[in-house]
Design a binder for this molecule. Structure first.
Ligand code: ZN
Ligand code: FE
Length: 255
């Protein structure tokens, strides 16, 4: 049976999401920014929380873990390289590990850059990826604990997934990301199409996640640092892709 998801807002602009296996009844929260909206989503769906899969150690992704674990006795899985900074961890996840939520099976992709060793969770049969703060729609996370080179390598790992993968991410930043992306590629038609789509979604009070990875590959400048026109647009024709990526990320920090 295919996985079911439930998306909701937490804190100011964090996405919360539940991943549910209808066969076993198991339900995972991907991150737990705060407890109350997760509980409201559980109540609305009738699902029972069995697991929390944590992408990285930042407080806006972990703040609700302890309260939810007390209430539901759920299992907490966290990336091994960051488990020391995450509360109430039961099991750790490493690159290539298999993660199971009932019959739903995912693979751990470690994507350093935003933090030292975050876990991106990829569920191939369900065509879903949960990228935390590594990849946003038309954007990417700030490079805080890793290097620009590492973050670019992480972008390449995610770009290698199939086009029809739906990308869930940690924050509703899409419209601001599009405004920035247009300064890099003002004539990108896929970007213009995504802007129309996002504008309509937001006007209808709907989230802009999940995003189709194929659309992101065509429009997200952070996945396109090795495209010659993108390098040229930032005055770096012929430069290594990681350096072009670093230039785009640095510009975004100041935007
Ligand atoms: Zn973060
Ligand atoms: Fe965050």
């Amino acid at each position: 049976m295919p996985a079911q998801t439930r998306l909701f807002m937490c804190l100011k602009d964090n996405f919360g999401v539940l991943l549910h296996d209808p066969g076993s009844g198991r339900t995972a929260a991907i991150d737990a920014p705060e407890a109350a909206p997760v509980e409201a989503a559980l109540e609305a769906t009738g699902w029972k929380l069995s697991d929390i899969l944590v992408t990285h150690h930042h407080g806006d992704h972990t703040g609700g873990i302890e309260e939810l674990k007390r209430r539901y006795r759920c299992r907490v899985l966290a990336p091994e390289g960051e488990a020391g900074g995450i509360p109430a961890v039961d099991e750790t996840m490493r690159e290539g590990d298999t993660v199971r939520v009932g019959a739903i099976e995912g693979r751990v992709i470690v994507t350093p850059g935003h933090t030292a060793a975050p876990a991106t969770l990829y569920f191939p049969a369900d065509k879903l990826v949960f990228a935390g703060d590594t990849l946003f729609s038309i954007g990417c996370g700030r490079v805080i604990e890793g290097t620009m080179e590492q973050m670019w390598q992480s972008m390449l790992k995610l770009r290698a997934l199939p086009d029809d993968t739906m990308v869930h991410c940690g924050h509703e930043y899409t419209l601001a990301n599009i405004r920035f992306a247009k300064t890099i590629e003002p004539d990108n038609k896929a970007l213009a199409a995504r802007e129309r789509e996002v504008t309509a979604l937001l006007a209808a009070g709907k989230p802009t996640a999940p995003a189709r990875l194929g659309d992101e590959k065509a429009a997200n400048p952070f996945l396109r640092a090795d495209v010659p026109e993108v390098a040229k647009a930032v005055g770096m024709a012929g430069a290594p892709a990681a350096e072009v990526f670093a230039e785009i990320r640095t510009r975004k920090n100041k935007f």
